[in-house]
Write a protein that binds this ligand. Sequence first.
Ligand code: GCU
Length: 733
Amino acid sequence: MRTIRTISDGWRFLKAELNEETAMQYAARGEAVTLPHTWNAVDGQDGGNDYHRGLCWYVRELSEEETAGERLFLEINGANHTAEVFLNGEKLAHHEGGYATFRTELTGRLGKTNVLAISVDNRDSQSVYPQKADFTFYGGLYREVRLITVPEQHFELLKDGTPGIKVTPTVDLSTKTAKVTVETWQNADAVTVTVNGETKTVPSENGHAKASFTIENARLWDGVNDPYLYSARATLMSGDEIKSRFGCRVFGFDPEQGFLLNGRVYPLRGVARHQDRKGKGNALSYADHAADMAIIKELGANTVRLAHYQHAQEFYDLCDENGIVVWAEIPYITMHMKNGRENTLKQMRELITQCYNHPSIAVWGLSNEITAASAVNEDLLENHRLLNDLCHRLDPTRKTVMANVFMLETDSPILTIPDLNSYNLYFGWYLGELEQTDEFFDEYHAKYPDRVIGFSEYGADANPAFHSSHPEKGDYTEEYQALYHEHMLRMIEARPYLWATHVWNLFDFAADGRDEGGKHGENQKGLVTFDRQTKKDAFYLYKAAWNKTEPFVHLCGKRYVNRCEDETEIKVYSNCDAVSLYADGELIGTQVGKTVFRFRIPLRGTHRIEARAADATDTMQITRAEHPDESYIFNKAASSVTNWFDAEENDPTCFSVADTLAELRAHAQAGAVIEQMMANASASRGDVADAVKDNPALQRMMGRMTMLSLLKQAGADEQSIKQLNRVLQGIKK
Ligand code: GCU
């Protein structure tokens, strides 16, 4: 009989770069902690990019009862990013990769008393991914640690953290017949497998067994409509037993129709998620995962991109149960490391081996924006080819995909390696105008009509404390984020060929290197805040577009109470097709429409606003303010830049920073000024600048931008912008 025991209590934590002997010696002085645990829950979320990246220890005694049993294994489900396991001072395991399960056997190494000492290391590394990315690399034993006892004859536990069982359902949609192959690995001669009430005993050769079943009239795993799960059970004469759920479904990908589920067009429209929370870091509980899934369900999304690494098994289980199609990936991200190839292959082997049975997973992500800080060279290409081949070898049933950075040339050879591609685009936030997203996909789809393309990231940072009636890119207001997503929603609805689209991000998350938008250490592109307490207005935009189950109405701008204007816009999001607005009990009007409903009302004093649609209502209170509420404004620098420039009397017959890069470059004298300035800037940005410089597609995009928005984007201060403007004003057009 197999027993699984989670050991969360009784650990001592030592934040010190000691050797195992000293760690065990000083364990008693360590901080008493309970797992899951991370030592960066605070300093990894407060900005300054100074969170503790080091080697730390977790030490715990094992009781006699805990070490009883024929064969004893230790299972670690998440240790970031390199861990070593010592039992009574003897090193048993070394594992590189912070997001997958690994196990080691304790049998035969046990003494009268037994002390486990586990070192975990999240320091810089030249060979373990990730090392360069926009999220905090929390250190710690941040998922459950378990002891597993099994009989002498048992299912495999060590190889790549395998579940020991692999279930492959192949569905014939025309007959709805599912052929189900169950493979298991064990040190026994025969295995008994049960699927859908049918049981077979099959021989095991070289530790491997295979049993086949047929399910007539199979009930399909049909996404959010019907996420039906079957279960396969395997047992050994010794009594060891393992189970796995599976689902019968068919995923299809078509350049024109996009994604297909069970033979019908099924556009994947959803969000991306990181695995952390305010105050907890990545040491999450099952309840945290379930709460996040409830928010995905409320939104009405049918897909989630679990970025940028392997997530907890509990969350893949929740996706299986709730019919949410998953994009799963490894943290091969931003910068290619020449010593990192083996680590990418190992992390992919573990991801596929450990997650293969989840019906919700549709694709394996090879990398994310890997050309952002690396040139496309042979070593990078070969790494991707090997990863792609590995995926197809370990799992011929799923497609591979890449999330590409916006400036990657669309004819880059790397795009021909994976089965599918998607782009991360931030036009209208990091650079350029919203419409450039539309242009990008139209150009791509026209140029590559046979390629399946998706939209793997898009978003804008918003701090719910910031508001404006004239929202603009870079102001971090809730209003600009909502406008941004209104545009992207329209853009996506007009391009059904996009196989999947994932909002970056469902939740604000920790990126300790960030200090912007009035917050420290946070990426604020979430539709929901980091503490899960505030759903920003943009959340309700998608709920109105995607959630067809519960009629609702949402008044935008509830946090934008004090408005210094005589008339104001009241915006309502709803999944109903008619919305009535009331002010102080008076009907202002009723609009028939879809998703977004805009009204304007005069502002005199304090007003109680109510929106009604079907049986749903929502209310708020707003006030006419005499002066602009300064607390609503961020980016004072940027906003003042805007203001001073607007005020500046430029001579229109001369150049200025209001001209586009292309216009300035087209003029010999003005162009020379710009080239000089660019050369100085790129000297400090090394390989990213090279990637930008020799990238015609990006140059074309940048060419269409005004010098002012490029400079604001690059974080230039008011003085240097004024300085350049004066120089350009000296050059006649
Ligand atoms: C990138 C990257 C994300 C990052 C995002 C952002 O596209 O893939 O990890 O968080 O941009 O800048 O918000």
